[in-house]
Each structure stands twice: as C-alpha cells, then as structure tokens.
Design a protein around this ligand. Structure first.
Ligand code: ADP
Ligand code: ADP
Length: 211
C-alpha cells in the first residue's frame, strides 16, 4: 500500500516526539510537527494577520496556542508535500480538526494516554540536543556521551509554570479533539505510561494492524 498517513495525539510530554522519531524510521514517512516548525519560526512576522501578538514567540512562551490561521497554513503546506506522514502537535482544537478533514484522509489515529503527574515530570526533565534534535530526559533517558550531555538544552516552555498552563490548554482545547476521534470510532488508545520500548511495540503493532 501507499505510505501510511498517521496522526499521533497526546498531551504535552506524552511521548509524541519520541514515538514519531521511531515511526518515521520504521515506516519511511515524514514527521510533520507544528511544534518544531513554530520553534524554527518563532519570530516570524504575523502582524498582517488579525492576531493579538506579532510573532508566535509570545504565545509559545506563555503556553498558549498560536492562532489557527498560522498553524493551518504550516500543516496544509507540509502535508501537500508529504507522501506518508506522522502528524504530531496538530490538531489542538476542534477548529483545527475540521481544517484537517479538508486537507487529507488519515489511516491511523493514535492516542498516547499518560496521567498528569507523569506529564509534569516528563516535561520539566525534558532536554533537547540542539545539534541532532534528539529528545532526552534527565532521569528517564540521559545521553551516554558526556559531550552530548554538556550541550543539552531545555525548551523555554518546559518550566513548571508554563507546563501547568499548557496542560490546562490541553484539557480545555485538545481533549475535545480526542473525544471527537473517539466518537468517530477511529481512536487507537495506547498506554503511554509504559517504558518507551513498550510504548513503541504497541504503536508499531497498531499501525501495522490498521494501515
Ligand atoms: P509538546 O511537545 O510539549 O506537546 P509542541 O512542541 O507540540 O509541545 O508545541 C509547543 C507550542 O507550540 C505549544 O505550546 C503552542 O504554543 C505551539 N503549537 C504547537 N502546535 C500548535 C497547534 N497545532 N496550534 C496552536 N499552537 C501550537
Ligand atoms: P511530546 O512530544 O508528546 O511532548 P516527548 O517525546 O518530547 O513528548 O517526551 C517528553 C519527555 O518524556 C522527554 O524528556 C522524553 O525523553 C520522555 N519520554 C518520552 N517517552 C517516555 C516514556 N515512555 N517513559 C518515560 N519518559 C519518556
């Protein structure tokens, strides 16, 4: 069959980026992620649009959603160029879910289910390698190479205060998206609290089953 079109849903810190990296390798699809795309364009001038702030940065640093108009355009462009994909970080509200319906058909909708206490722990301990984009965790997944360890960075929004706001935004805006796919009968729930390799086994089996 053609390359699968996969949507991965989950709260901030659920492991979407970690699992998406494995998916892209195993299924030869593109990783389309609004978070990375926005981080690479944090100071993009969006003042032409009817938005409260002039750049994505203000929204992201406060843990708020960047306006739909900005994000929809990024995803539309990326999906139109991808054969198969794993879409990560979008849709985050019902309006975006409706937009997505008009952009593409999905083969699999995965949901990584993780409780809130674990999410806070994962987010505040998350570290990124600026050279490779690899995702680490100070406790759960530290790098072996001391050179890598030395250059690790924490995301601006992975502070305790912003994490709390992002989880609130998730409950308010994104949980309805999960219910929406559940009501459609297409949501594939995976226990995201397992160790990364166990989560991956379930994710892989689910994609192989459905796609
Ligand atoms: P996480 O990996 O913690 O889920 P992301 O990297 O996906 O976080 O997103 C970081 C920030 O980028 C969000 O808090 C939000 O400000 C912005 N963002 C990412 N995706 C979207 C989206 N689909 N709609 C609006 N804002 C988004
Ligand atoms: P998301 O993209 O959903 O925000 P990430 O993939 O960036 O989530 O993971 C958030 C943090 O949790 C990272 O520090 C990552 O190393 C760690 N992590 C990811 N999956 C697991 C897991 N199954 N168990 C423990 N820690 C994990």
């Amino acid at each position: 069959m053609a390359q699968p079109r996969i949507l991965i849903l989950g709260a901030p810190g659920a492991g979407k980026g970690t699992q998406s990296a494995k998916i892209t390798e195993a299924f030869d699809v593109e990783h389309v992620t609004t978070g990375d795309a926005l981080r690479a364009n944090k100071d993009m001038d969006i003042s032409e649009m009817d938005t409260e702030y002039d750049t994505p940065r203000e929204y992201m640093d406060q843990g708020e959603l960047v306006p739909d108009e900005v994000v929809n355009a990024i995803v539309d462009e990326a999906l139109s160029q991808a054969d198969g994909f794993v879409l990560d970080g979008y849709p985050r509200n019902l309006e975006q879910a409706e937009e997505l319906e008009d952009m593409t058909d999905l083969d699999v909708v995965l949901y990584l289910d993780v409780g809130e206490e674990e999410l806070v722990h994962r987010l505040t301990g998350r570290r990124m390698d600026p050279e490779t984009g690899e995702i680490y965790h100070v406790e759960y997944n530290p790098p072996e190479d001391p050179d890598v360890e030395d250059r690790l960075e924490q995301r601006d929004d992975d502070t305790e205060e912003t994490v709390k706001e992002r989880l609130r935004v998730f409950r308010e805006n994104t949980e309805p998206v999960i219910e929406y796919y559940e009501d459609e009968g297409v949501l594939e729930r995976v226990n995201g609290e397992q160790a990364p390799d166990e989560v991956w086994e379930d994710v892989k089996a689910t994609i192989e089953d459905v796609a």
